[in-house]
Design a protein around this ligand. Structure first.
Ligand SMILES: CCC1=C(C)/C(=C/C2=NC(=C\c3[nH]c(/C=C4\NC(=O)[C@H](C)[C@H]4CC)c(C)c3CCC(=O)O)/C(CCC(=O)O)=C2C)NC1=O
Length: 184
């Protein structure tokens, strides 16, 4: 697994040069607290995010919990919720490291084939991941919507909110997109 630092070294090695563009690493350090806040926003809301995303996915496609559906019976429902937590956890690791390799190597590698073999529907999984992407953006910006969260609404109280978090929201979004394209 690589992080932003080891990635810079590996990339420089590959072209037999020194790491001479330090600007990206400098901003990785300067923006470190914002990154930690973003990871915390995901990690401390993870179980709520996963259960809400899977509930939304099922609400839109109730065949999943009927006989023959891939969230039926409870054993499969439990496996699905567990997979949602696994995916979100690896995304949070990638966000912490500033590099997608941990997500690619330890979570996504072979997942599409595993799902095909088990009959786990890719379109439904993608839908749950899309919902988690939207939730993550709202939590990182610390602007969860009252309309969607209702009385479960929870704010982190992070110092930087909204558009000031645009770059880290975009980076987090790219890891969700990576999951979606690996399964599509
Ligand atoms: C380290 C990374 C890692 C990943 C990613 C992982 C995924 C993973 N998900 C599995 C099963 C599963 N995954 C699901 C998931 C779903 N079903 C649906 O309808 C939804 C669309 C979706 C949830 C969003 C289900 C239902 C099973 C059980 C399938 C079965 O046994 O028939 C299995 C087969 C073994 C098992 O049941 O535990 C693996 C290996 N395991 C790992 O170790």
């Amino acid at each position: 697994m690589l992080d932003a630092f080891s990635r810079a070294v590996v990339t420089a090695d590959a072209s037999t040069t020194c790491v001479n563009d330090l600007s990206a690493l400098k901003s990785f350090i300067a923006e470190g607290n914002r990154r930690l806040d973003a990871v915390n926003a995901i990690a401390s809301n993870a179980s709520c995010m996963v259960s809400d995303a899977v509930a939304g996915m099922i609400c839109e496609n109730q065949g999943l919990i009927q006989a023959g559906g891939n969230c039926y019976p409870n054993r499969r429902m439990a496996a699905c919720l567990r997979d949602g937590e696994i995916v979100l956890r690896y995304i949070s690791y990638a966000l912490l490291a500033g590099d997608a390799s941990v997500l690619d190597d330890r979570c996504l590698n072979g997942l599409k084939e595993t799902y095909a073999a088990l009959g786990v529907p890719a379109t439904s999984t993608v839908r749950a991941v899309q919902i988690m992407k939207a939730q993550a953006a709202a939590h990182i910006k610390d602007q969860p919507s009252e309309a969607l969260a209702g009385n479960r609404l929870r704010k982190m109280g992070t110092p930087e909110t909204g558009d000031r978090c645009a770059s880290i929201v975009a980076e987090a979004g790219s890891y969700f997109d990576r999951v979606i394209s690996a399964l599509s």
